[in-house]
Design a protein around this ligand. Structure first.
Ligand code: ADP
Ligand code: MG
Length: 698
């Protein structure tokens, strides 16, 4: 595309469609690679053809008729001198009959089927015979309805011609690259080749992307990703944050003293990693990952204690009000008695707060009297002005988008000497990030892992049962409740319609209320007014409610140690990580706990193989890392990253499962390139990421 001129013509429909596909710059077109290829370079003879072969044949039309049995169709017979082939068209136009009239010589291309009645091709591509055969395979590009393949092909070809494909890699790094891609391909060679490979290529190597041209391209893409991550890290290193140190006898020590349990070794280790980050003048950018129930909250509270003790404020943000409330209750229980003597308080902010109360909280936060602020998205709103925020903690970070993380970080504090200070950022997640993802998408993040559960937990037993055994499940609930235990029942997630979700939950609620007389059965769903949700949660938390029927609002963070049974209806509709999160709601106390994954086969059928395999994986392991790894295999990285909400560009070509060697090369090359060849690095990032690099910084 030429650059935007001041008097710009309106875009044509195919141009608009190209923009929609992100094909704006020449380089975008050059990097738009074929989905597959068609071989128009040779003509095969029918006598030498194989059944099922994609073939181009040339011959003379010997018959052309419209048949009405079994349905209306155009039948054309083609004779290539070695055999004949019937061409079938179920939709056709006058042009078909003209080009394919008896006596015409034509070239047709399609899938050959050999059968009892001889060769046939259904809906082949065709044109009049003659013209030179191309000397390269014909590329077929991913496209959309408004963008004809032929138009796109031309646009890509000229994009490849015009784009600046000069080498960005300094000679010092080329040797290493050529060793990992096994060849001396330049980007230009690789792209020209992949758009128009010669006829002798192994289509397999192109298709599975193991061909050196593909390898070169993927290595470049990974390098761009690593470069932008290292850049983000460098930029962050130039920012200033308050250096915070735990004082002997201070709040941190006092909090440790009042906890009703000993920290696990893992909690102590990650606590030290965080505490060390806080002593630095560079903003922390750390992810704390730990399986459900591993005790991340107390680690966060200890970090908060360090910040507060040093005279600064701390904010803790959770994705839902219920979760925020839980943190609030726990943190108040632990911290408030310790804060009171210092004249400090805990404040909280949520969307549903009354105006007056909110006003009071905002004043507490602005004056600095609120040393700890707990809440939902409300914490990052513009009106919230901190006196001196030093530490921002985000729970269940994958639920938040980049914009929200950036907003939280923009709440800068001011040090006593008047300088602006960025807050330290601690993100927490129970969805562990598999190693390859941590190395690529999260390369600019420091990661701490809690790899041990607090002692005294009994492992959760997971059972996979068909919905037809519902009555047995209800019996099981009855016996758990009779033993004083509590039960969650999670209703299906039907993404398209919240209304159906709700009607399912309501029906199940009615069913269980009837089946379990004398047991208080509660209902929780996302459309309930907040006050009502809180009332239901309070009853369940206090142990008065035996069974809680819920849509997935309880997915994250709810903590009721007395709950010992989790029933998930239509488990086949949930993602693995989500199932694992839900299962983690039980097994939090000493009681033996169980999770029942109930599935409903499609009408009259059996559950599909993948679905069954996924549920089996859940029954096989309680290890969050293993589950995350399998989830990544099944669903790809998009789901992990919440890419749609974050806007982070996903890798288009590289596949983390197969390209680890390229990723490792890129990780080593990126810092060298950035420090020794900064201009080349900048050019490389611009080429590959265009305007998208900004997103990666959050
Ligand atoms: P998560 O990591 O899923 O956020 P929580 O922080 O909610 O886990 O902790 C789960 C439960 O374990 C809570 O009831 C918490 O008080 C308790 N807990 C945390 N650490 C320990 C420990 N070291 N020993 C015993 N119980 C602990
Ligand atoms: Mg938690």
């Amino acid at each position: 595309m030429p650059d935007a001129a001041p008097t710009r013509k309106p875009l044509s429909a195919p141009q608009k469609a190209m923009h929609k596909l992100g094909l704006v710059r020449d380089i975008d077109l050059a990097l738009h690679l074929p989905l597959r290829y068609e071989d128009e370079t040779r003509i095969v003879t029918l006598r030498g053809a194989r059944d099922g072969q994609l073939a181009q044949i040339e011959g003379t039309v010997t018959n052309n008729e419209i048949s009405f049995r079994p349905r209306r169709q155009l039948l054309v017979t083609l004779d290539d001198g070695t055999d004949t082939c019937t061409l079938r068209f179920f939709t056709f136009y006058p042009a078909h009959q003209k080009t394919l009239a008896v006596g015409e010589r034509v070239r047709v291309r399609g899938e050959l089927r050999g059968g009892f009645l001889g060769w046939t091709m259904v809906h082949p591509a065709f044109h009049a015979a003659g013209g030179e055969l191309p000397d390269a395979l014909t590329p077929v590009y991913p496209t959309s309805a408004q963008l004809p393949q032929a138009y796109l092909r031309k646009a890509v070809a000229s994009g490849v011609q015009r784009a600046d494909l000069s080498e960005t890699l300094p000679p010092a790094l080329l040797g290493g690259l050529q060793a990992v891609v096994r060849g001396t391909w330049t980007l230009r060679d690789a792209l020209r080749y992949l758009h128009h490979p010669g006829p002798d290529v192994s289509l397999d190597a192109l298709e599975d992307r193991s061909h050196p041209a593909w390898q070169r391209l993927k290595a470049e893409e990974l390098l761009a990703q690593q470069l932008s991550q290292f850049t983000a890290k460098q930029e962050r290193a130039a920012l200033r944050a308050p250096a915070l140190r735990a004082a002997p006898g201070g709040l941190h020590e006092q909090l440790l003293g009042v906890l009703p349990f000993q920290l696990t070794t893992a909690q102590r280790r990650v606590g030290e990693e965080i505490a060390h980050d806080l002593t630095r003048q560079v903003p922390m950018h750390r992810l704390l990952q730990g399986d459900v129930g591993s005790g991340k909250t107390v680690v966060a509270a200890l970090a908060a204690a360090i910040a507060i003790d040093a005279g600064w404020q701390c904010a803790l943000m959770a994705p839902t009000e219920i979760l925020a409330e839980q943190h609030f209750a726990k943190l108040i229980g632990w911290l408030e008695p310790l804060l009171a003597p210092l004249g400090k308080r805990v404040a909280w902010l949520t969307g549903s707060q009354k105006k007056k109360q909110r006003g009071e909280m905002l004043a507490l936060i602005a004056s600095g009297e609120a040393a700890l602020v707990v809440g939902t998205h409300a914490v990052i709103q513009e009106q919230v002005v901190f006196k001196n925020l030093a530490l921002a903690i985000i729970d269940e970070q994958h639920r938040f988008g980049v914009a929200q993380r950036l907003a939280l970080r923009s709440k800068v504090g001011v040090a006593e000497d008047g300088t602006e200070q960025e807050p330290h950022l601690l993100m927490m997640t129970a969805t562990p990030i598999p190693r390859t993802l941590a190395m690529s998408y999260y390369a600019d993040l420091d990661v701490s892992t809690i790899d041990e559960l607090p002692p005294g937990r009994t492992p959760i037993v997971t059972k996979v049962v068909a919905d037809s055994r519902r009555a047995e499940v209800v019996e099981r609930i009855r016996s758990q409740v009779a033993q004083g235990r509590q039960v969650y029942w999670v209703c299906p997630l039907i993404e398209e319609s919240e209304a159906i979700d709700l009607s399912n939950a309501t029906a199940t609620h009615a069913e269980l209320s009837q089946a379990l007389p004398g047991v208080l059965v509660g209902l929780l769903h996302s459309r309930m007014p907040v006050a009502e949700k809180k009332a239901v949660m309070a009853l369940f938390t206090a142990g008065q409610m035996g069974v809680l029927v819920s849509t997935t609002v309880i997915e994250v963070g709810v903590d009721v140690p007395n709950a010992s049974l989790m029933v998930i209806e239509h488990a086949e509709r949930f993602g693995l990580s989500q199932l694992h999160q839900l299962r983690g709601r039980v097994g939090r106390g000493a009681a033996a706990s169980a999770c029942v994954l109930m599935y409903t086969p499609p009408d009259g059928g059996r559950l599909g193989e993948t679905a069954r395999e996924r549920l089996r994986a859940m029954a096989d392991t309680n290890d969050g890392f293993e589950i995350a790894r399998r989830d990544l295999e099944i669903r790809g990285p998009g789901e992990f990253l919440g890419a749609r909400q974050s806007g982070a560009p996903l890798l288009r070509f590289a596949d983390l499962a197969t390209d680890t060697h390229l990723l490792e090369w890129a990780r080593e090359a990126a810092p060298v390139m950035l420090t020794q060849y900064p201009q080349a690095a900048e050019k490389h990032i611009a080429r590959w990421l265009g305007g998208k690099a900004e997103y990666l910084k959050a």
